[in-house]
Design a protein around this ligand. Structure first.
Ligand code: CYC
Length: 162
């Protein structure tokens, strides 16, 4: 698992370069956003059950076929598997936010996920929508907490939806 700093150092090390102006700019941006990243992770930590539950309700309101007979989230077992997956996405997004790097998502969440979902018939489009709903909710909460520019919140969620 890498973070913004170890990723950058690795890139420079493979080519044997000293940290140049670009490196300093990106390090500076990372450190300057550090307090906001930690605040976002704290907000997620304090509200995770609520975020997952509300995002689930919104998702199933937007796409009610999912919880009707024949839908992939139909039956309580699959309904809860879906909310559990949303909880995974949220928790790993909070790690990636603090790390400032999506590596943890590739390694722990996304590896092999498409194949798993395809084999179980879990629809990717609605999953993407569920992740977007959580992103929107968190950006709103981060803004309410007084952070002027919540755009850094996009990174991990957009990485997973891509
Ligand atoms: C199932 N989701 C699964 C499974 C895995 C994951 C491995 C199959 C095994 C199981 O049921 O537990 C995902 N597991 C993960 C991830 C990690 C992991 C991401 C990394 C930490 O360890 N169905 C929908 C919704 C969507 C959904 C759109 C919720 C957003 O219609 C999710 N995932 C869903 C459902 C199942 C599932 C319903 C059960 C499918 C089945 O068993 O038929």
């Amino acid at each position: 698992m890498r973070d913004a700093v170890t990723s950058l150092i690795k890139n420079y090390d493979v080519t044997g370069r000293y940290l140049d102006r670009n490196a300093m700019d990106s390090l500076k941006a990372y450190y300057e956003s550090g307090t906001a990243r930690i605040a976002a992770a704290a907000i997620i930590n304090a509200n995770s059950p609520d975020i997952v539950r509300k995002a689930g309700i919104q998702l199933f309101e937007e796409i009610p076929e999912l919880i009707r007979p024949g839908g992939n989230a139909y039956t309580t077992r699959r309904y809860s598997a879906c909310l559990r997956d949303m909880d995974y996405y949220l928790r790993y997004a909070s790690y990636a936010l603090v790390a400032g790097d999506p590596d943890v998502l590739d390694e722990r969440v996304l590896q092999g996920l498409r194949e798993t979902y395809n084999s179980l018939g879990v629809p990717i489009g609605p999953t993407v929508r569920g992740i977007q709903i959580m992103k929107e909710m968190i950006k709103e909460m981060v803004t309410e907490a007084g952070i002027n520019d919540p755009s850094f919140v996009d990174e991990p969620f957009d990485h997973m939806t891509r």
